[in-house]
Design a protein. Structure first.
Length: 171
């Protein structure tokens, strides 16, 4: 498992290899760990603009941590709405010279997790909803925007989302 401290040390190694500024958005469990909502994450998931993909890929340390790097808000099989970067929160600590680290908005984390919805995703969704005040109407609106670009089964995505709403939000 990868703790907050390990994530930041790993990102500092990347930062030292970069020759220009880039925006990196932490997604999934990585974002939750950096938000201190979760003690650690099983893997590292990041998102960058397509123009920064190769630069980031080449800067990733050849060590025990691997990373999934998503591009332009296309996470797993879901294209997030265009404003996903704007809605992502800046990481509070300014510890990098070339990385502007952002944390994916909790609504978007829930949406991406509902798209896949395995047992670990269920745990993360529960964690978010129990620790952060989530507005159900805003979540539904965001789901409707994101569902327009879902590359998997629309029926499964809608079903997963409805199950999640029933579990965590009172009618």
């Amino acid at each position: 498992m990868i703790a907050n401290k390990n994530l930041l040390e790993w990102l500092k190694k990347i930062d030292n290899k970069l020759n220009r500024k880039i925006i990196i958005i932490a997604v999934g469990g990585t974002a939750l760990t950096l938000m201190n909502l979760k003690e650690s994450t099983k893997d590292i998931d990041l998102c960058v603009e397509k123009s920064d993909y190769e630069l980031l890929r080449k800067a990733i340390p050849k060590d025990k941590f691997g990373a999934d790097i998503f591009q332009d808000g296309y996470i797993f099989c879901l294209q997030l709405p265009e404003d996903y970067i704007k809605l992502s929160k800046d990481y509070e600590k300014k510890i990098f010279k070339n990385i502007l680290l952002k944390l994916l908005n909790p609504l978007d984390i829930i949406i991406t997790k509902a798209a896949r919805y395995n047992a670990r995703d269920e745990e993360d969704i529960a964690l978010i909803i129990n620790k952060i005040s989530i507005n159900k109407d805003k979540l539904i609106k965001r789901f409707k925007e994101a569902s327009l670009t879902f590359a998997g089964s629309d029926n499964n995505f809608s079903y997963n989302f409805k199950i999640m709403l029933k579990r965590y939000f009172k009618e």
